[in-house]
Design a protein around this ligand. Structure first.
Ligand SMILES: [Zn+2]
Length: 463
């Protein structure tokens, strides 16, 4: 059995691991690198294996850094089957088609005037919408949680709920080879325990070899309920001042989570029943619809989360604005509204129009609930810039700025250690991935396992 690593190695993006056994090649995830370098550069480098020889891709979840290079596989000759949970299939389709569209647009922008629309442009993009469609056509069997699935005879996969986003899974492989049975566990991204929407991460009874993420392997998160309280207070205070609340959000999970807590705020009479809330992101709207179709992915609630009396994402005055003119209308609202729009880091999307309309107003507020990378507009505002460039104009920052850090979808150090310790017996080796090198090292010191590895890009291990 051979295990090799082709992304998320001593870094947090580009997850892609290849397992070779029983003359089959099984890829676990094929994510996009999302660093500061040009998106085309790092992702256009050789994958480190021949995609045409890959038989199966097992997908842990639909985040771009886990599924965003799938179209590249199709482009390079992959003709195998993709296996994932049903919810992951729907979300991944949304995510990669959107990524392909953005790349085509981006390339068109850069070559404006020198390129005609069409083939030449797609040749310049990392991949085209057609490549994305090609790989979506290879989405095959849907895996149910906790139910063993024979990838091929002798290679059995069990998807366990990872509690990270809707449909997310850790994948346990049981492999019969040369009369021996071996177990390999890929963590995927590990979520938090005790959250209201998703289940806590599940672990198997035993796994000999563990490949685990370490994003927050060196730190503890703030208490979650304190973050929810901070959100409700910031919204209430803004409404009192007569301003609008802008919440830049990622389309998957965070937007829905914020809706959930706003709804709770209304139900507990902490926020007015008439509060207009806009979900102003076509992608977040589509994602919310997918969430509704997959009640099996949510933590069971008394009365059922969807079958019961309330839909967790519906507020009395929620408006979903898919069309551009409806989005533009929102900026005529002077105060009293909550606006959720992408992108989370304000690098693109409709949030920029709302920032243009509201950043200069003392009564309004911007609440950041997600990670903001260096160099992004979100980061400039968070770091206290007095004036920023938005859509080509200088806008003074007078609105209240709130940064709420407790909404992470990733387990913190304590939860990661707990996850690792809960795996039953048999652990022989743990491979750390999906984390910065320094973070991994600090995490590794806390693990008790005979062998710990921190693979380098394209490193191969014979097991
Ligand atoms: Zn993720």
């Amino acid at each position: 059995m051979k295990l090799s690593f082709h992304g998320a190695d001593r870094t947090v993006t580009g997850s892609c691991h290849l397992l070779e056994c029983r003359d089959r090649r099984v890829l676990i995830d094929c994510g996009l690198f999302q660093g500061s370098r040009e998106i085309g550069e790092e992702n256009a480098e050789p994958l480190g294996f021949d995609p045409a020889t890959v038989d199966f891709v097992l997908l842990t979840h639909a985040h771009l850094d886990h599924c965003g290079r799938l179209p590249l596989l199709a482009k390079a000759g992959f003709r195998g089957e993709v296996i994932a949970t049903a919810a992951t299939f729907e979300l991944a389709r949304l995510v990669i088609l959107d990524a392909a569209r953005l790349q085509e647009e981006d390339t068109r922008h850069r070559h404006h005037g020198t390129w005609r629309q069409g083939e030449q442009v797609s040749a310049q993009a990392l991949y085209s919408a057609r490549d994305a469609e090609d790989v979506v056509a290879r989405f095959g069997r849907a895996a149910a949680y906790d139910t063993a699935l024979d990838v091929v005879p002798g290679i059995r996969a069990t998807f366990l709920d990872a509690g990270h986003i809707v449909g997310s899974a850790s994948i346990l492989l049981a492999i019969e080879e040369n009369g021996r049975r071996r177990t390999v566990l890929f963590s995927g991204d590990i979520g938090n325990s005790g959250r209201p929407l998703l289940r806590s991460p599940q672990v198997p009874d035993a796994a000999e070899i563990v490949i685990m993420e370490t994003t927050y392997g060196d730190r503890r998160h703030r208490r979650f309920d304190a973050s929810v309280e901070e959100l409700i207070r910031a919204v209430a205070a803004t409404l009192e001042r007569g301003g609008n609340v802008l919440i830049p959000t990622f389309a998957l999970e965070r937007a829905q989570e914020v809706l959930y807590f706003l709804r709770e705020g209304v139900e507990k009479n902490r926020l007015p029943r008439t509060l207009p809330v806009f979900l102003d992101s076509p992608m977040a709207i589509s994602a919310t619809e997918i969430f509704r179709r997959h009640p099996e992915c949510f933590a069971p609630k008394p009365g059922g989360i969807f079958g019961g009396r309330t839909d967790p994402f519906v507020l009395p005055e929620l408006r979903m604005t898919r069309e551009t003119p409806d989005s533009a209308e929102i900026d005529h609202i002077h105060g009293g509204a909550v606006i959720l729009a992408g992108s989370g880091m304000c690098t693109g999307g409709r949030i920029r129009h709302h920032l243009q309309a509201n950043l200069g107003r003392e009564a309004s507020s911007v609440i950041f609930v997600g990670f903001a990378a260096k160099g992004t507009l979100a980061r400039q505002i968070i770091d206290g810039a007095r004036q920023v460039q938005v859509l080509g104009t200088e806008v003074p920052v007078r609105a209240r700025i709130h940064t709420i850090n407790g909404f992470s979808a990733h387990a913190d150090q304590r939860e990661l250690l707990d996850w690792h310790n809960r795996i039953g017996g048999g652990r022989r080796a743990t491979f750390l991935v999906h984390g910065e090198a320094a973070v991994m090292k600090s995490f590794a010191q806390r693990l008790t396992v005979p062998r710990i590895e921190m693979p380098a890009l394209h490193q191969v291990f014979e097991l």
